[in-house]
Each structure stands twice: as structure tokens, then as C-alpha cells.
Write a protein that binds this ligand. Sequence first.
Ligand code: ZN
Length: 162
Amino acid sequence: MNSKNIEKGSVVGMSYQLKNDKGEELDRADLTQPFYYLHGFGNIVPGLENALTGLSTGDIKEVAVIPSQGYGDVIPELCMTVERESFPPDVDIQPGMQFSANINGQAVPFTVEDVNNDEVTINGNHPLAGVTLHFRVQILSIRESTAQEQEHGHVHPEGISH
Ligand code: ZN
């Protein structure tokens, strides 16, 4: 551990708590199981990544990230109702199921929100689209990335190369 500040190419270990506007917890990484990421490579949402630049080990920061700097705004067109017949008849379609659909040549993950007799409501928005993200972050470690990590654009757990 050193006193280096977070910059592009830093491997950052941190604990965090993520809440929505209502104060409900959405996600967390505890001190005992830190989250590691490679800074400056878009591995985390831009609003959080930008706010962490320059921090050093031990720093605690609260960051509010608006949807456009987080998981994006809700796209109404990605909420749609489709015929039950467009799914394979032998698959039991249930709310919460996820599947991939081809939208303009891109694979978009969709979640089934509701099923009635012959119609299925699906949503292709990220579950956190439209949500302002309230992070409380503590920086636990900072190290320089290896050349291979920078080449791959992600963190390799200690001693592992692939
Ligand atoms: Zn890799």
C-alpha cells in the first residue's frame, strides 16, 4: 500500500455502499470483500469513476451520480408488450426471467415484467436506468496495473494471468 493517488491505470480496491434516492440499499462491497477495478477504462459508471480520480488510500467519499452519468435514462421504447406466441411454447415464461433479444443488430438483455394469458410485458432497460446512484466509497488500496491488465482493460486477481 502506498500514498499514490488514483489515476488512469490504477488498480483500486474499495468498499462501497450504493443507495437510491429513497435511501434503499441497492448494492454493497464490504471491507472484508473489497471491489477491485482498473481506473480509467470504463469498468465502472462514468460519474463514479470521474469522482474517484485523485483520491488516495483511506479516503471516504460520498458521490451522487445522475442517470446520464450512471446507467442511463429510461428508454420508453424498450418497455413493450409482445405476444406470448413469440416465445417458445415449451418455455414457462415467468416475471423476472431474462433473455436476450436482437434490437437493430445488437443483443439487448430483456427482463420479463408481467405475463398474462397471451401477452408478455418485457423491459430492455438496465434495472438501474433512470436511477440517481448514491455511493459511499472508501478507498482501501491502490496499486499500479500490469501491462497485461492495461492491455486487457480489466483487473487480474493477484498472480493470475490469462
Ligand atoms: Zn485479462
